[in-house]
Write a protein that binds this ligand. Structure first.
Ligand SMILES: [Zn+2]
Length: 143
């Protein structure tokens, strides 16, 4: 299988409102989001996927919807209180705590249709890895 990866750095503030300790409070990281796409069949151009369009779509989406955003659980009581201070007028809310693991799953479901549109049936594998800190990452691949 061949694979390509697209890595993008984004700044995100989050908190784990159910956690005890320091993670309970708002704090920020520079997160590295890596999207890995694999196939058994290269295109006629000899590529997994045309790199420029997928890179542009992934990075554009991350910059518009994630970078410099506040990431919270949809059930976090801080959501309405922080809205006026958030890029775009609202925090980015996901189901469950905004951990690297659940952000990876959330982004997998965002990027799968994007990659599928570019690769059609040649897509065999998609993995999103979220690196919250150096030497600490979580991945989701839909399997
Ligand atoms: Zn954190």
């Amino acid at each position: 299988m061949w694979a390509v990866t697209i890595a993008t750095d984004v700044s995100i503030v989050h908190r784990l409102h159910r956690a005890r300790g320091r993670s309970h409070f708002l704090h920020g990281h520079t997160w590295t989001i890596t999207v890995e796409v694999g196939t058994y069949d290269l295109s006629e151009a000899g590529t997994v996927v045309e790199f420029a369009p997928i890179k542009a779509k992934v990075r554009e989406w991350l910059v518009q919807h994630v970078d410099r955003h506040v990431l919270l659980a949809a059930t976090d009581p801080a959501v309405p209180r922080l809205a006026e201070f958030c890029c775009g007028g609202a925090p980015l809310c996901i189901d469950g705590e905004p951990t690297a693991e659940l952000l990876a799953k959330y982004l997998y479901h965002i990027f799968y249709p994007v990659v599928k549109e570019l690769m059609a049936d040649r897509i065999k594998y998609l993995k999103v890895t979220v690196c919250e800190a150096e030497r600490l990452s979580a991945s989701y691949d839909g399997l």
